[in-house]
Design a binder for this molecule. Structure first.
Ligand code: SAM
Length: 335
């Protein structure tokens, strides 16, 4: 196919616009510096705004000038105001995704390591930052706390459907890597006769304890502060592990499944993950590549989970869609 020079020039321009990182980074900088809320009440002089956020006035001017082009700010006579789209920068969902001072936004630090992750199957985050994502969060209490909060917020979108589908009565439910307990708390609230055990690392476990107390659930829940690579609480009726295994390579995933299998005996184990090869929307595809960049793992298909479960002596006996690609996979001991 022959292309005219004009077609080539236009296609190149489009590609370069798509690949350009200026606006994505500029938006992150503006949100992290919290510029929008400083001018939400009315315009401020650029020097005053820079002073208020502890930044360089030249840098603030350049940032605002660029983002004014897309309507996020206005810059008239060195006065910075909120543009017609500026309100978007004030939304909680924007801050959660773009504020570099919050845990979840740190996932973007993995992108410079994407090539390394694809070449080696290792963590792109580690390649880019020199330490793992969870190690980096663990070094900063504010980052872990905000990350936990963001996961709990996302849980609100899917736990209701999952909990209803579980159809429980008076079971003892163990949630492994259960975060601050959004899923387990929803189980306990929906089924008043159930009991729960949450398995988590120390700082998150502590926050989970506070959250259970606030919901009046403390007397029905135990917290096992430990790693899921250690022996897990045994003898419960149901084991849940939600959005954990997509962070771990195959070897570690099999090791975690073996721990689950040893603890569960004949009880069902329910994995919650986004499955590839089915109902993935654009957000699922983006999240899959992002998880791959961060952990060198990403999402798996039901067949891939079945193979890993098999290595741990477990059979995949059923899958069920929860929300988009997010699904449950039920495992039982191999016959
Ligand atoms: C992506 S979060 C999922 C949290 C929760 N299950 C949910 O669906 O929102 C993964 C969780 O695994 C926990 N985690 C990571 N490494 C762990 C380990 N070795 N032992 C126990 N928990 C761990 C993290 O603290 C984090 O809360």
């Amino acid at each position: 196919m022959t292309r005219t020079p004009e077609e080539v020039a236009q296609a190149l321009q489009e590609l370069h616009r798509t690949a350009d990182l200026t606006t994505p980074y500029a938006l992150r900088a503006a949100v992290t510096l919290d510029l929008a809320s400083r001018v939400a009440g009315g315009p401020l002089g650029a020097p005053e705004l820079a002073g208020a956020v502890g930044a360089q006035v030249a840098g603030v001017r350049k940032l605002v000038r660029l983002l004014a082009r897309d309507g996020y700010f206005t810059l008239d006579d060195d006065q910075v105001g909120l543009g017609p789209r500026g309100w978007l920068l004030l939304e909680d969902a924007t801050r959660a995704r773009l504020d570099h001072g919050r845990g979840y936004a740190r996932v973007d630090d993995a992108w410079p390591g994407l090539v390394e992750a694809i070449r080696t199957g290792g963590s792109g985050y580690e390649a880019a930052r020199g330490k793992s994502f969870y190690a980096e969060l663990g070094d900063d209490e504010q980052l872990v706390a905000s990350f936990d909060g963001q996961l709990a917020e996302w849980s609100g979108h899917w736990t209701g459907r999952l909990v209803e589908a579980l159809g429980l009565s008076d079971e003892h439910v163990v949630d492994v890597g259960g975060g601050t307990g959004a899923l387990l708390g929803a189980v306990l609230l929906a089924y008043p006769e159930t009991r729960g055990t949450l398995v988590e690392l120390p700082s998150t476990a502590e926050r989970a304890g506070r959250s259970f107390a606030e919901q009046g659930l403390s007397d029905r829940v135990a917290i096992a502060t430990q790693s899921f690579f250690e022996p897990l609480p045994a003898g419960a009726d149901l084991y849940l592990i939600a959005q954990v295994l997509h962070n771990w390579p195959d070897g570690e995933t099999v090791a975690i499944l073996e721990r689950l299998s040893q603890a569960a005996g004949d009880a069902p184990i329910v994995i919650v993950e986004r499955l590839t090869g089915g109902a993935e929307n654009d957000a699922d595809l983006a999240s899959d590549l992002l998880m791959y960049a961060v952990f060198g793992v990403g999402e798996r298909s039901a067949a891939e989970f079945a193979a890993l479960a098999g290595e741990a002596g477990l059979d995949l006996v059923g899958t069920r869609q929860v929300l988009g690609a997010l699904s449950t996979l039920e495992l039982r001991p191999s016959r």
